[in-house]
Design a protein around this ligand. Structure first.
Ligand code: HEM
Length: 516
């Protein structure tokens, strides 16, 4: 501001040193307020040190995670701010960055600086900070990854559990037939969820349950309550002062659930201990369950009982809904695209003939079926924001210029990437053929499609999850034509809870195809 300008418009400011001081103070305060109120990303970015200038909305996005499609809202915002590479935003006191572009996403997920996860209150209360998914990056977490890679997710283990997986698939087929004969239509969600739960239970606990009765029903209830608690948006996570009040009752419900889980999972561990004392424990690495593996480690004083419960409980959580939800979306697509369904069935018939049930050994030859699963993962990724975010463990530079301060939550909007026309041609179109034309790896090396995440914390259950989805989809397609129910349309609206579910669960007809 020139002295002439000041004299002309604010003559009183030039009158005394005291007034000049006050004016300077006013200007400073105004500048400070302006900076605080208009910092890209919102207020928590204003006092961040270092303070990068990353594009983003200046107002806090209070409601963003309370809506049903935050991945869509964040994608739109990133476009509006030309911030696909990196966008800053905030909720309450929490600073976020989100990437909607493959290169920056890869940098974030691959960097050891983002190898921690922010632990929300519900995860903490449900003891998940002692399990693999939320454990801080360090020796304890590394140990859990090593143990599970060796004993739960190794190719040998996955092959070893093939016959049970196939049995689960056949039971699912029976359940679909039964429901169809009773109701003339089938809501697949419950059947898929229970089957997936049973499958994980067998792998982890060495135990399976009957549909909708006894212990199976109790377990289903515990898992559903846990999903809800982990999926709910909890204001206390972003406004710590509210943590005291527990206004949404999340803490209270978590504590109540943890007590029940301790009794249930503690009971399963006890059963294993008793069996071992009687010398009945399965020692074969290919077929023994994960509880036995952990109990063997316990001898060497590796995991406490509480830690074991947390680790086992988490596996049930992570392994169940993702698989069931992916299958539900795939079947919905089969109903909507009869020509794609028919092509997959022709492939199954070609590989298996007309009288042999499809088995896991056939999957490598069912290339088109695999492409259908890939395309479903692209269009409807179960974790559109890659489910569980990452946390910057120290100040870290991203994209060569933005220094992200320690404690910032980093996310990748996988949904935005897989729906970006600059990355995928005609992204809204469901076209499995795109993967026949170009073989894209979905295991985390190519961030154009990384539904299982990438880097150190990539999903360890990806091969097991895919094996289940491929086999069950093949069994369901071999046995039924999936068609829409009279007067009931298939709606593709989404609802992001812990995973991205169908807002209106799929209800359709399963018409028996061949007798195999
Ligand atoms: C279609 C199936 C599945 C999908 C789409 C999926 C997706 C994901 C994603 C996106 C992550 C976060 C990765 C990251 O931060 O980079 C993750 C982590 C994880 N998943 Fe999966 N998942 C699936 C199946 C499974 C199964 C079957 C299990 C186990 C039985 C499992 C266990 C885990 C665990 C323990 C983590 C945390 C890993 C860590 O933080 O070190 N997932 N999953």
């Amino acid at each position: 501001m020139s002295p002439d300008f000041t004299l002309l418009f604010f003559p009183e400011l030039m009158q005394s040193p005291m007034i000049t001081f006050q004016a300077t103070l006013c200007v400073l305060l105004f500048t400070l307020m302006f900076t605080l109120l208009f910092t890209p990303g919102g207020l928590p970015w204003a006092w961040a040190r270092p303070r990068p200038i990353i594009p983003g909305p200046v107002t806090a996005l209070l409601g963003i995670f309370t809506g049903s499609t935050p991945h869509r809202a964040l994608s739109k915002l990133a476009r509006n701010y030309h911030a696909e590479k990196l966008m800053a935003f905030s909720i309450g006191l929490t600073r976020f960055v989100i990437s909607s572009e493959p290169e920056t996403a890869k940098e974030i997920l691959g960097s050891p600086s983002f190898a921690d996860r922010p632990v929300k209150e519900s995860a903490y209360e449900l003891l998940f900070h002692r399990a693999m998914g939320f454990a801080p990056y360090g020796e304890y977490w590394r140990n859990l990854r090593r143990i599970s890679a060796l004993h739960l997710f190794s190719p040998k283990r996955i092959t070893g559990s093939e016959s049970f997986r196939s049995e689960v698939g056949l039971k699912m087929v029976e359940q679909v037939k039964k429901t169809m004969s009773e109701n003339q239509h089938v809501e697949v969600k419950k059947i898929l969820h229970f089957s997936s739960l049973n499958n994980v239970m067998m792998t982890v606990f060495g135990k399976s349950y009957e549909f909708y009765e006894g212990e199976g029903l109790e377990l289903e209830g515990l898992v559903s309550e846990g999903y809800e608690l982990l999926g709910v948006f909890n204001w206390s996570d972003h406004f710590p002062v509210l943590g005291w009040l527990d206004l949404q009752g999340v803490r209270k419900r978590c504590r109540c659930l943890v007590e029940k889980v301790n009794v249930f999972v503690g009971g399963v561990i006890k059963e294993h201990r008793v069996k071992r004392e009687r010398g009945e424990c399965v020692k074969d690495e290919g077929t023994g369950d994960f509880v036995d593996v952990l109990l063997d480690l316990e001898k060497e004083n590796r995991l406490s009982e509480a830690d074991m419960i947390a680790v086992l409980w988490e596996m049930i959580f992570r392994g169940t809904d993702t698989v069931a939800i992916l299958l539900e979306w795939t079947l919905a697509r089969m109903v909507l695209h009869p020509e794609i369904q028919a092509k997959a069935q022709r492939e199954i018939d070609f590989v298996c003939g007309s009288s042999r049930p499809v088995s896991e050994a056939d999957i490598p030859n069912l290339r088109y079926l695999q492409c259908i699963v890939k395309e479903t993962l692209r269009v409807h990724p179960p974790g559109p924001l890659l489910s569980w975010a990452r946390l910057a463990v120290h100040d870290v530079t991203v994209g060569g210029k933005h220094v992200i301060p320690k404690g910032t939550t980093a996310m990748v909007n996988m949904w935005a990437i897989t729906h970006d026309e600059r990355v995928w041609a005609e992204p809204e179109k469901f076209r499995p053929e795109r993967f026949v034309e170009e073989d894209v790896s979905i295991m985390g090396s190519d961030l154009r499609l990384a539904p299982f995440g990438s880097g150190r914390r990539v999903c360890p259950g990806k091969a097991l999850g895919l094996a289940s989805v491929h086999l069950w989809l093949a069994q369901l397609l071999q046995n039924f034509h999936w068609v829409s129910s009279d007067g009931v349309s298939v709606e593709l609206d989404e609802f992001l809870k812990l995973s991205m579910e169908m807002k209106k669960p799929l209800s359709c007809k399963a018409v028996p195809r061949v007798s195999v």
